[in-house]
Design a protein around this ligand. Structure first.
Ligand SMILES: [Zn+2]
Length: 100
């Protein structure tokens, strides 16, 4: 089991597409008043392999292995899923790569 944090559901969906994962919503988690974390189970071949947390509040770091291989950038905001859903473009150095 692993846990990854995303700023938006769209980011999570891109991540899951790239890894051939399905996801389903877990229980909502009220945090500090108006904010909600939203948890999702990540599923591969019918088995829960990890969980994702959608947390729109802070800087997010991508999972180990998903950082830019050229410059090591691992802030979610700087790494953009490309439209093919498989590759990521680093906003720091423009490297296009396929995360693990
Ligand atoms: Zn980079």
């Amino acid at each position: 089991m692993f846990e990854v944090t995303f700023g938006t559901r769209q980011e999570m969906a891109g991540y899951c597409r790239g890894k051939n994962l399905d996801f389903e919503q877990d229980r909502p988690m009220p945090v500090e008043g108006e904010y909600l974390y939203t948890r999702y189970r990540l599923i591969k071949d019918g088995l829960v392999v990890g969980q994702a947390v959608i947390d729109p509040r802070s800087d997010y770091l991508v999972a180990e292995g998903a950082a830019c291989p050229a410059c090591g950038e691992n802030r979610m905001d700087w790494l953009t899923w490309d439209s093919d859903g498989k590759t990521v473009t680093c906003g720091g150095c423009d490297t296009v790569y396929t995360p693990d």
